[in-house]
Design a protein around this ligand. Sequence first.
Ligand SMILES: Cc1cc2nc3c(=O)[nH]c(=O)nc-3n(C[C@H](O)[C@H](O)[C@H](O)COP(=O)(O)OP(=O)(O)OC[C@H]3O[C@@H](n4cnc5c(N)ncnc54)[C@H](O)[C@@H]3O)c2cc1C
Length: 511
Amino acid sequence: MDVSRRPLKKVCIVGGGTAGWIAAALMAEHLKGRLFEIELVESDDIGTIGVGESTVPPFLQLLARLGINEREFVQETQASFKLGVEFTDWRRKGDRYFHPFGATGAPLDLSDFYQVWLKARANGYQGTLHDLSPAAVMAHAERFTLPQEHRGSPIAGASYAVHVDAKLVARFLRRFSEARGVTRTEGMVQDVIQRPDGFVESLRLKDGRTIQADFFVDCSGFRALLIGKTLQVGYQDWSHWLLGDRAIAVQTENVASPRPYTQVFAEDFGWRWRIPLQHRAGNGYVFCSRHLSDDEATSVLMSRVEGAPVVSPMVVPFRTGVRDRLWDKNVMAVGLAGGFIEPLESTAIHLIYRGLEFFFRYMPDTDCDPALADEYNRRMIADFEEIRDFVILHYCTTQRDDTAFWRECRDMRPPETLVHKIEMFRANGALAEGVDDLFKAPSWQAVMEGMGIRPRSYHPIVDRIPFAAVPGEIDRMKGVLATAVAALPSHGDFLKTHCPAPQMERTPVPA
Ligand SMILES: Cc1cc2nc3c(=O)[nH]c(=O)nc-3n(C[C@H](O)[C@H](O)[C@H](O)COP(=O)(O)OP(=O)(O)OC[C@H]3O[C@@H](n4cnc5c(N)ncnc54)[C@H](O)[C@@H]3O)c2cc1C
């Protein structure tokens, strides 16, 4: 045992967007201020990206980890609940499917429900998979409840996330972090001073102040000030698989009660999102700039939004991919500085949380032993690749051929890892799942089914079940679920009674 070890005494987080404040909040709460001092530097002149409003279910674990009361958080961030994502026009124009969160059906005998359903379909059963997904049935009925409060009911199988106002989240987490001892410094980082071995020693701000630390978390967004500009760590570009490279984002007034799901609509050269919050809706168009100009994309988006705009449309360029190393020397990149997978499945905030989880697992001393960094990088890049493959699945399985964009998507050769997954699935619905994957079997099954990929056969073990009663049993389960959902409040009523957000003043801008 090395008793002369030099533990980290000070960590500096560069950037105060969602990534910076999640990093600050988790470090402050997890380490209880006992291990090292935390300073966060951000520039008001640069600001944050301000998009990123749809989350996935582990976001609620993040809140729990921080000890944040979910109801209070929903109120303070004008949040609504999210039971999944509705996809329109992806497989073909006029097609619609739903990617629900949580379980679909319940296992029968030794078999996953999906496998039993596959056999039933092969034998003439007509019901859909979604009839047995509590999240999908609730979403389509625009009803909501907290599944954890319905133990013993099929509703308990649902899972959910939230839609949040990104600016209010950063504000909430800033207050949370500062109350736990994080120091916030406003200022623009102008120079990064390195030691002879390349480690970052200090930051020099525009006004001449200097910030010294043992370890730096680069949350500077797409600028990637430390990991990219200073350490010159390379970037694996995935834009040949995920063609979107720009987004137009705009916020609008709500015209109806918020839906409990994100909507994504395939457009001619990309796709559009609609994210309902309590006080407004977020909208955007992710598109490929080789096929569409900013002006054209803006005009498509503005012709499709439901309510009056409350801000002017904003252009956000991006490059899908990941750093070769997310942790290099004494710099760890979290958030957009480390990589970005286009937002179709709303996974970026989740990857921020994972980045911190792995930091706690492999936390270094000041020497930043490369073995720890290597493992961190291996785990994080595996997460990025798993999510990348899941997102590409939505594109490469399209049957659309009406524009050059969709023909490129349809004709691409996906990553070999995804080719393998699709081939296995086509064989008998088997999935190459990792224990730690974000997207579990029901997610893959929902998207495969939605995109028209049905296995050639079902798993042989299903033949253990005497089959005659199976279609009737599925219908019974479907009926129980439908009855349970019919008794739930609407999503709008649930928000009003359970977690109403304060009214916010805003002035609509001319369209
Ligand atoms: C179009 C689009 C849609 C998205 N939708 C979703 C979604 O639905 N769900 C989801 O999970 N994620 C989504 N994301 C991703 C999400 O927006 C980001 O992951 C999240 O906001 C984190 O951003 P960040 O904190 O890394 O960067 P930013 O918000 O850009 O923050 C960067 C920070 O660094 C500071 N900074 C930069 N340079 C300097 C400097 N020189 N000196 C001092 N400070 C500096 C800035 O002031 C700022 O505080 C989306 C992203 C895009 C592009």
